[in-house]
Design a protein around this ligand. Structure first.
Ligand code: FE2
Length: 423
């Protein structure tokens, strides 16, 4: 152990798998965590007294669309609030996309997220337009930000793979250009048969180019939308489960229980990852219902109870599908607690894991994630006592450390009473 390090965190309490440990010192040098112990007798260029604050591995954004972020209201607002009006508006907006336009908004969104503790992001890039501008822009951004945030780019055929000539070719071209993940949208293909064919094609491409898979799957209230079973079957047959993610799967909220539980058994065997996006799913789904009105969320609690890896994403930040959003994953976790009725103490803690460790599993980060000696020093300090309080109060992320260096600091809000409010 060296006598001096670059950053020394004094008396922070580590959160691992939802549980909080006793206060420890954490020494960081050469970009890595060098030591963790109750008290370290060393000096540092930068020493921070955490006074028992929470030290957590960073948040993981499992699902976002950086190419459309920060475009809400352009060229018009989504008045119906539906997924499909959002797709129509985006089709209009993307006619005027430029590389600079996408890069500027993507970078601004990543900074917004990183300042709030997110250091790993999976973003979808629309590859339905001939120019492939969203993909090319995000690949450039991935390179530009790599010293402080890890960006995975999904080649996402927003308008379907077989719905228009050239889409299938563009998806493959996107992989040749360097996309990390193959995407798809089987429920938006013109027919059930095209949807099934699209899933097979996605798996073929993932095998051929050695890429991960993340499919927008059954993002609809239709109880007959059953492409998830096709994804699970392919993952099982090809033994690719941990490299495969099905995003949204909101139709699961409408499946009958007999079918849903049979399917969850297959999912646990596969074992694929599921991403729920509660902010968006709660607002986009159920729009054709009167009352009773469906929540439009996938079965997060039941999937978690079956041991299936579930993580959470923002999906949209101020775009044609969702005009709100701040990029704060604690807000996403809070919405999961409410919308999925995850209110038991273990369940709230599980929602925290869904924006940290579970997200790392979805993104297939492996040994690159976690606050442990020998690992790259990516971590954050929260003004909170535990995971539940962090979600409850949307705790301020006071310090973000990326690749061993302090990246961002935020001062928690402070209230000063101006009158005696004791009685
Ligand atoms: Fe999405």
């Amino acid at each position: 152990m060296v006598d001096s390090v670059s950053v020394l965190l004094r008396q922070g309490r580590l959160i691992t798998a939802g549980s909080v440990g006793e206060p420890v010192d954490i020494a960081i040098a050469d970009g890595k965590i060098q030591a963790i112990a109750p008290h370290l007798n060393i000096t540092a260029e930068t020493e921070l007294d955490l006074a028992g604050r929470l030290v957590s591995p960073p948040f993981v954004e499992s699902h976002i669309h950086l190419d459309s972020a920060l475009t809400a209201g352009q060229p018009r607002w989504n008045q119906s609030g539906t997924l499909f009006e959002g797709i129509d508006i985006w089709r209009e907006r993307k006619q005027s996309l430029t590389l600079e336009d996408v890069k500027t908004r993507a970078l601004a969104t990543l900074k917004l997220q990183a300042s709030q503790g997110t250091l790993f992001v999976r973003s979808h890039a629309d590859v339905s337009e001939p120019s492939l501008i969203p993909l090319k822009a995000l690949l450039e951004v991935r390179e530009a930000v790599k010293d402080w945030i890890t960006l995975q780019v999904v080649a996402f055929p927003q308008d379907g793979i077989y719905s228009a000539p050239g889409n299938a070719e563009r998806l493959e071209e996107a992989l040749k250009l360097g996309a990390d993940v193959v995407g798809g949208i089987p429920h938006y293909e013109l027919t059930r048969e095209d949807g099934v064919k699209s899933v097979h094609r996605i798996f073929d491409l993932a095998e051929q180019y050695d890429r991960l898979i993340d499919i927008h799957c059954d993002e609809i209230d239709d109880d007959q939308s059953r492409f998830l079973e096709v994804v699970v079957a392919e993952a099982l047959r090809r033994r690719m489960g941990d490299r495969v993610t099905a995003s949204h799967t909101t139709a699961m909220g409408s499946y009958n229980n007999a079918y849903a539980f049979k399917l969850m058994g297959f999912m646990a065997r596969s074992p694929i990852n599921i991403v729920a996006n509660p902010l968006i799913n709660l607002t986009l789904q159920g729009r054709t219902d009167t009352y009773p009105k469906r929540r439009g969320l996938t079965r997060v609690k039941e999937l978690w109870q079956q041991g299936i890896n579930v993580s959470l994403g923002n999906d949209c930040i101020q775009d044609p599908w969702y005009s709100l959003g701040s990029g704060n994953l604690l807000e996403v976790a809070s919405m999961a607690v409410h919308g999925c009725q995850m209110t038991g103490r273990d369940q709230v803690r599980a929602c925290y894991q869904m924006i940290t460790e579970n997200g790392a599993k979805t993104l297939h980060l492996g040994k690159h994630y976690g606050v442990e000696v020998g690992k790259t020093a990516n971590l954050m300090v929260l003004e909170a006592t535990d995971a539940i309080a962090a979600i409850q109060y949307r705790a301020t992320v006071c310090t973000v450390i990326s690749r061993g260096k302090v990246l961002a600091t935020t001062t928690p809000a402070q209230t000063t009473w101006q009158r005696d409010a004791s009685a």
